[in-house]
Design a protein around this ligand. Structure first.
Ligand code: CP3
Length: 355
């Protein structure tokens, strides 16, 4: 195994010293980039893009060609897992993800089974391997999955939802049924992430986009407990290298200490949390990833730089910070503004280390 040319991201996740604060962006390969739109047009639609390892590799590399980013993230989607379970994922133009066969009946839930990542999700594994070859050890590759609860939201609601009324009714009326879905999802995600690690993912991230929609009492039982199970089942090493894990619950700021205690290496923060206070709360337990408001990227470059520096200063000196947005980048973001952010983070964090 060749040595990584830039391992700053992995070092920061493990809270080892770095020369500067590494940065990557959630959804860094996406519709704000004209070259992404062009490749997607050639693919025909989003799912064709995900299912074609050569094209998935092409779009993964696009943001790295433009910006000095410190990590690549596999181009795919969290909903490939329920698709592989047979729910029939499709994207209706302008409406976001939908399932042809959402889970509604008890018998459908009882029949649910974890897919074999080497078979039904072979195309993801092929993409991971192809991206690793193309990266040629320049920067590390992040693999990812949705959290069991976030996946269940889409599987049970059948698509995006404003109030999660179907899954929450099940949570209160039939917690046994929802627990069954979450158990299958946790087994599926563990196998899926471990397969990504075997194929070359050098860090993994669990996206819990909707955990923050749960009540205080429900969050731990229906979301965090299953992420804890996954983290406990992850391969911690591959090819002699540590494989760090990142857990991100959007809206999870109030549960930070609990999230930091599940055994992950880093916790992702959305933009509503003060990263300095977060650092004091988690102590030496985990690294932190975040947390610029993605909508700040619509401001002028000098204002973006000011916000980025404020976050770096709030985190303070020392390692253990991976800069990111607090959620995915908007498709309407001006691409030149991203360059201003990446450069500001690198420059300011280098200066911070000289003081
Ligand atoms: O970060 C990256 O660059 C890697 C790629 C990635 C995508 N989706 C590509 C994508 C990742 C990590 C995801 C995760 C994902 N997908 C999440 C969790 C993170 C989050 O944003 O909260 C969720 C909830 C999904 C489900 C999903 N897929 C949604 C809500 C959408 C957007 C629908 C829309 O039309 O806006 C998608 C589609 C999707 N996934 C796109 C991309 C680039 C846009 C699709 C397109 O090209 O039309």
């Amino acid at each position: 195994m060749n040595k990584l040319k830039n391992d700053t991201f992995l070092r920061a996740l493990l809270r080892q010293p770095t020369d500067y604060t590494p940065i990557w962006l959630m959804r860094q390969a996406g519709r704000y980039l004209p070259e992404y739109c062009e490749t997607r047009r050639r693919a025909g639609n989003f799912m064709n893009l995900c299912k074609n390892p050569r094209l998935a590799c092409e779009v993964t590399l696009q943001p790295l060609a433009r910006y000095d980013l410190d990590a690549a993230i596999l181009f795919s989607d969290i909903l490939t897992v329920p698709d592989a379970m047979g729910l029939g994922l499709y994207f209706a133009e302008g409406e976001g993800p939908k399932f042809e066969r959402p889970l509604r009946e008890e018998w459908e839930i009882r029949n649910l089974a974890a897919p074999d990542p080497g078979v039904e999700l072979r195309y993801v594994m092929d993409a991971v391997a192809e991206i690793r070859r193309a990266l040629d050890n320049s920067v590390p590759l992040i693999g990812f999955s949705g959290s069991p609860f976030t996946l269940a939201c889409y599987m049970i609601e059948g698509g995006a939802s404003e109030d999660f009324r179907t899954i929450k009714a099940m949570l209160y009326d039939r917690p046994d049924l929802l627990h069954h879905v979450l158990e299958v999802n946790a087994a599926a995600v563990t196998a899926y992430l471990n397969a990504q690690i075997e194929c070359g993912a050098q860090a993994v991230m669990i996206f819990d986009t909707w955990g923050g929609a749960l009540s205080h009492r429900a969050y731990k039982e229906f979301s965090l407990a299953y992420m804890q199970r996954i983290v406990a089942g992850l391969k911690r090493e591959h090819g002699g290298a540590r494989i760090p894990s990142i857990v991100f619950t959007k809206g999870g700021g109030q549960w930070l200490e609990d999230i930091a205690a599940i055994g992950c290496d880093a916790v992702g923060l959305d933009w509503t949390t003060d990263i300095g206070a977060a650092r004091r709360r988690v102590g030496d337990c985990v690294a932190l990833q975040g947390n610029l408001d993605p909508v700040a990227l619509f401001a002028q470059p000098e204002k973006i730089a000011r916000e980025a520096c404020a976050i770096l200063d709030a985190f303070g000196p020392g390692s253990g910070h991976v800069f990111n947005l607090g959620h995915g980048i908007s498709q309407f973001t001006p691409p030149e503004h991203v360059a201003a952010l990446v450069n500001a983070v690198h420059e300011h964090s280098r200066k911070q280390r000289q003081i």
